[in-house]
Design a protein around this ligand. Sequence first.
Ligand code: RTP
Ligand code: MG
Length: 183
Amino acid sequence: MPGQPETWQSGAEGQLDRRRTESQGQIEQIGGNVERTYVMVKPDGVQRGLVGEVLRRVERRGLRIAALRMNTISREVAEKHYSEHMEKPFFKSLIGFITSGPSVSMVIEGQNAVSVMREINGATNPLNAAMGTIRGDFALDTGRNVVHASDSPGSAEREIAIHFRESEIAAYSRIDETWLYEN
Ligand code: RTP
Ligand code: MG
């Protein structure tokens, strides 16, 4: 940007360096423990035109989109992603569904991002999901529940590594973060 002060640039570089100290999905930053989580708009959400709706809810809450991609995930990636459910009766149909068309993958960052995203998505079975959550507002069936989000910081680290290279994850701050967080 013309006239952008040099201090802004050196500040941004300093921030990159700070973020490279990350470990276990937790990023050390001034102001506390920032988490990363992996979020997906599943193929039903894409087909139903809900990508913007999901992104709007993430952004307006104050979370930061650090990586974003649309693609049809392969069976191999899907099986790795949902490996914890390999023995479940719904595994085969889940893999068929999740690979059936394009989905949108993202890395979302912010303080307590893992639990905040789980609350934004709502309960796994949309019939139990609170109104105001994505599943409570847009879904009726567990097998077509629109979105995914990692269930713990450990799962987030594992899932992010399945779907993204570190070089695809952007390091930046939102301009409103000083007003979103007290510390
Ligand atoms: P997700 O992993 O997709 O974010 O969902 P979740 O944590 O809320 O639920 P999880 O237990 O991990 O289940 C993964 C996905 O499998 C499908 N499912 N079907 N038919 C069934 O009983 C059943 N249970 C789970 C859902 O698509 C669920 O989101
Ligand atoms: Mg899960």
